[in-house]
Design a protein around this ligand. Sequence first.
Ligand code: 5RP
Length: 225
Amino acid sequence: MNLKEMVGIKAASYVKDGMTVGLGTGSTAYYMIEELGRRVKEEGLAIIGVPTSYASKEQAEKLGIPVKTIDEVNHVDLTIDGADEISADFHGIKGGGAALLFEKIVASYSKQIIWIVDESKMVNHLGKFPLPVEVVPYGQEQLFRLFQEKGYNPSFRMEENEKLKQTDSGHSIIDLHLDCIEDPLALDEELNQLAGVVEHGLFLSMVNTVIVGKETGPEVIENIR
Ligand code: 5RP
């Protein structure tokens, strides 16, 4: 079993009958959704899934997990998602899979959040992983130039066919190659002020539990801050 599968299965064990569950996106969340599908089928687990991308929606539906949109539920009990980097103070970068907007909306309405990662994603400081910024196409070149002027080393996210990557909402992604984010809270505020920025991949003080995949087994770290 690979580490992503290990943490995916472990995280799915936190899901109880009757829960409304935010379904994350990415190659680690994939295994969690597979395991929930298995539990729905074999154990009769009764849940509602709230997918954070069209890919996760499609996967959940194929597995027979009932799904609703974030607007069709009153609350989300628990969201389980992957992450690209998690710092020692439990801030995170997400959006490597371009699903950051729906992921942040679902996370914002979740009572409990679990992130599932392998050890390589645990860092002291955020920033080695390029920070995704989701922008509306209108004015995106202006934002790009602004980021260049600020020294944020931007690059547009591209598809394999060399077209601009489009998110599930039809936006573009500008990745900021920052190397080290000294003050994530200040950067969060700064990016939130910019016209045309829809969302960014800094997920600050949101996670409750991190499950880290290690060769010796899954390690559960609680954020008690
Ligand atoms: C998608 C995400 C993913 O959760 C993140 O990129 C981690 O993905 P993976 O588990 O494939 O490494 O934020 O937008």
